[in-house]
Design a protein around this ligand. Structure first.
Ligand code: PLP
Length: 447
């Protein structure tokens, strides 16, 4: 692609496009990067640079780019029935077959799916669904949902409110009423002098304190990602989930595990809840459901909740594109490939252990205070002082490191000074070596 073509696209971006999560002035001064092609774990930009995509797009292209079977599935379905809805007592085969396929891989006792168009819509859905559930059970005052600071549940007003991203709350005038937050299990950043396991218990106990503060009779649900993704790949200490489970068992509230990132194999299990042995009542899903080839989300619902919903009359909720047939056909094919090629097993037994052992070598780098990860997720904490965990003064070095990644043909994301990865599940050992080599180059250039 010629430079003049890139300049034309950049002009289009400046003149006509408002991209998500972007500082427009900064972007216009710099010029947007145009991605034109993808194959396997690689992308190419409009200037012909080959880039290793260590973020799988936005945590979603689990099968990698260019899978013809997904293209075929979409084409076939588009010819057969490009659209129909699931409203008003109708359905179509791809949505029904997909619901069954998801039930087969979901944790035991989660056999129904409500389809949405995205992860944010899935979280809007859980908020409405849990309130509807309690109203049917004669407890309409149970409306409050407890989330966590720095959790991410999407960008709609409900999704952003359930999430704990303070910058998003500030722009949206705070969370909508009926949503509360507790601290996150982020030992490296917030654990102070506590031992990680002690810290895990302390932050988990905040759930009980919050339930008591709000009143058990007012709390509808607790929502959390098994591993926080957008917040910086925050892996809870081992003590955290058992303590949360213990508290949840004591109170009559629902557990929502947001599996939008962790679902469909990212941890080496089908769901992050399987990885931690959690048994949620509702699981929002999206991203890896279609490997990102088409937009689609949903909520997987436990049987007991469904039994109650069955008694509640009409649920006044849904989206035009709920269970879109073409997206459903692609998701079905995506799950077929994951199963037949045993990709989740391969992640668990081969590629994730390899990635994690190579990733942890990076802790020897002078800039890296911690190298952590689970499955196909990883984070590096960049610090000024490795011993004290002291950070660099604002604005930190994360953005600089990200710039070096761009120059070295690597997509790695910066959350402040936490560098994160979430590569396609199909990445192989040789490509993992390449990834680690590139990360080293970027760290050296940043130091
Ligand atoms: N939930 C989690 C855990 C996410 O990471 C995301 C997106 O990154 C969402 C929800 C929102 O999904 P979407 O961007 O498809 O609306």
């Amino acid at each position: 692609m010629s430079d003049s073509q890139t300049l034309q696209w950049q002009a289009l971006s400046r003149d006509h496009h408002l991209p998500p999560f972007t500082d427009y002035k900064a972007l216009n001064a710099k010029g947007t990067r145009i991605i034109t092609r993808g194959e396997g774990v690689y992308l190419w930009d409009s200037e012909g640079h080959k880039i290793l995509d260590a973020m799988a797009g936005l945590w979603c292209v689990n099968l990698g780019y260019g899978r013809e079977e997904l293209v075929e599935a979409a084409t076939k379905q588009m010819r057969e029935l490009p659209y129909y809805n699931l409203f008003f007592q109708t359905a179509h085969p791809p949505a029904l077959a997909l619901a069954k396929a998801i039930a087969e891989i979901a944790p035991e006792g989660m056999n129904h799916v409500f389809f949405t168009g995205s992860g944010s819509e899935a979280n809007d859905t859980v908020l409405r669904m849990v309130r509807h559930y309690w109203a049917i059970k004669g407890q309409p005052q149970k409306k409050v949902v407890i989330g966590r600071w720095n959790g991410y549940h999407g960008s709609t007003i409900a999704g952003a409110s359930l999430g704990g991203m303070k910058a998003m709350h500030e722009q949206g005038d705070g969370p909508i009423p009926g949503i509360e937050h507790i601290d996150q299990p982020y030992w490296f950043g917030e654990g102070g002098d506590l031992d990680p396991e002690e810290f895990g218990v302390r932050v988990a106990e905040q759930l009980e304190q919050k339930i008591l503060e709000v009143g058990e009779d007012k709390v509808a649900a607790f929502i959390a990602e098994p591993i926080q993704g957008a917040g910086g790949v925050i892996i809870p200490p081992d003590s955290y989930w058992p303590k949360i489970r213990e508290i949840l068992a004591r109170y009559d509230i629902l557990f929502i595990a947001d599996e939008v990132i962790c679902g469909f194999g990212r941890t080496g299990e089908w769901f992050g809840s399987d990885y931690y042995g959690n048994a949620p009542d509702l699981m929002p899903i999206a991203k890896g459901l279609t490997s990102g080839y088409l937009p689609m989300g949903g909520v997987v619902v436990r049987d007991e909740v469904v039994h109650t919903l069955n008694e509640g009359g009409e649920f006044y909720h849904g989206f035009t594109y709920s269970g879109h047939p073409v997206a459903a056909a692609v998701a079905l094919e995506n799950i077929r490939i994951l199963r037949e090629e045993k990709i989740v097993e391969r992640v668990k037994t081969k590629t994730a252990p390899y990635l994690q052992s190579r990733w942890r070598e990076l802790v020897e780098h002078p800039l890296v205070g911690e190298a952590r990860g689970v499955g196909m997720l990883g984070a590096l904490e960049l610090v000024k002082n490795k011993k004290t965990r002291e950070r660099f003064a604002d604005p930190g070095v994360g953005m600089l490191c990200r710039e070096h990644c761009f120059r070295n043909g690597l997509v790695m994301r910066a959350v402040g000074d936490t560098m994160i990865i979430s590569p396609p599940l199909v990445i192989n050992e040789e490509q993992i070596d390449e990834l680690i080599g590139k990360v080293r180059l970027c760290l050296d250039a940043t130091a």
